[in-house]
Design a protein around this ligand. Structure first.
Ligand SMILES: Nc1nc2c(ncn2[C@@H]2O[C@H](COP(=O)(O)OP(=O)(O)OP(=O)(O)O)[C@@H](O)[C@H]2O)c(=O)[nH]1
Ligand SMILES: [Mg+2]
Length: 345
């Protein structure tokens, strides 16, 4: 099961491409497209709410293993730049850079654009990503793109297999109530293997739940491994008590306040005491107030891009995380809204 997200600037051909890769399924602030044939299953997310909002893209990136970055012949712009920064801050491992609408460009122009992007992404998480130019009109490159996706999917599957040994953890992206069944959640098994009848806790609340049944692409299953996109019917909980971003697992840290060891991008203005950045962890996000900034052990009034900053943040929303989770720091007032990342100190 390969899960990809298509991102990029406005009108770069994202939705047209997604529609060519599968059949339209669930629609929320992102749209899912499903494809299943000869044992290959592909879920494609089109983060339709982006660039107006960054939440749908962050959710989609967390629910996927491979990012497909679309760049049209017009070249890079503010939002493709922002996507590159977001991918880099997340340390996003796998992706493909797709030069779209190749039927409206020329080979030399495509080559020039590729060189430009290569330069810009040197030293970022995208450094070694492969390029392909495609057209959804002439179908040029489409079969190769699918092959690239499934090849990369196999690499991802091997990595995911190793996560099966870890304790089970499911991130929830949608919840609803089904008459006669009760609370149903959709999400992805982040690590471990889940089984029907498993008892887990719905974090950040402390609610004990039981997995009543599991579905993989609408087919009943007894168990689901790391990386699986699942539908779960839950016992002991109502759909109104579980929301996007909830984590079903045995143990998570839960907090309203954070102390993060952070790094900021050189493009960001940074933050001063009392500023209110948006903090993302997994599919959760919350505005949080800067209480204290330490650089090299000294208290300062403003963050710097030159050194690690220790940021004390206070919030009023419970967030669930574990020690290895990466927090992404955003400033919704800046042009490039993704400004830094950090780990719990
Ligand atoms: N000639 C040509 N046009 C394309 C191709 N792909 C998309 N388009 C056109 O480009 C326009 C934008 O395509 P979309 O797929 O809506 O792009 P998008 O990135 O989803 O756009 P937004 O969601 O509005 O940001 C549409 O008019 C498409 O028909 C292509 O390969 N060749
Ligand atoms: Mg679109």
């Amino acid at each position: 099961m390969t899960k990809i997200i298509i991102i990029g600037s406005e009108k770069s051909g994202k939705t047209t491409l997604a529609a060519k890769l599968g059949k339209k399924g669930t629609v929320a602030d992102f749209t899912m497209y499903d494809f299943a044939k000869s044992g290959k299953v592909l879920t494609t997310i089109d983060a339709t709410g982006y660039p107006t909002a960054i939440k749908p893209m962050m959710a989609g990136l967390n629910l996927s293993d491979i990012a497909v970055l679309c760049i049209p012949p017009e070249g890079l712009d503010l939002y493709s730049g922002e996507c590159i920064i977001a991918l880099d801050l997340l340390g996003y491992k796998h992706g493909i850079i797709v030069l779209t609408k190749s039927d409206t460009s020329y080979p030399f122009a495509i080559e020039e654009l590729k060189e430009k992007i290569t330069k810009l992404t040197t030293g970022t998480a995208l450094e070694n990503w492969e390029y392909i130019s495609v057209s959804t009109t002439s179908f040029e490159g489409m079969e190769e793109l699918k092959e690239m996706i499934f090849d990369l999917g196999e690499v991802v599957d091997k990595e995911l297999e190793e996560l099966n040994e870890l304790p089970p953890r499911v991130v929830v992206d949608q919840t609803f109530n089904v008459t006669g069944i009760g609370c149903v959640v959709l999400g992805v098994v982040d690590q471990g293997i889940i089984n029907a009848k498993d008892k887990l806790i719905a974090f950040p609340t402390d609610k004990q739940i039981e997995i009543r049944s599991i579905q993989l692409h609408d087919v009943d299953a007894k168990t689901a491994p790391a990386g699986a996109r699942v539908g779960l019917a839950l016992k002991n909980v109502q759909s109104k008590d579980v929301e996007r971003g909830f984590v079903l697992s045995q143990k998570e840290e839960v907090t309203e306040d954070l102390t993060l060891k952070c790094h900021f991008t050189p493009f960001s203005k940074g933050f001063a005491i009392e500023d209110v950045p948006h903090i993302f962890v997994g599919l959760q996000s919350a505005p949080m107030r800067v209480e204290k900034i330490l650089v090299n052990g000294e208290e300062v009034k403003r963050t710097t891009t030159e050194a690690e900053c220790m940021l004390t943040l206070s919030g009023s929303k419970l967030l669930a995380y574990n020690g290895s989770d990466r927090f992404i720091i955003c400033n919704l007032d800046e042009k490039q809204r993704f400004v830094g990342y950090g780990y719990m100190a």
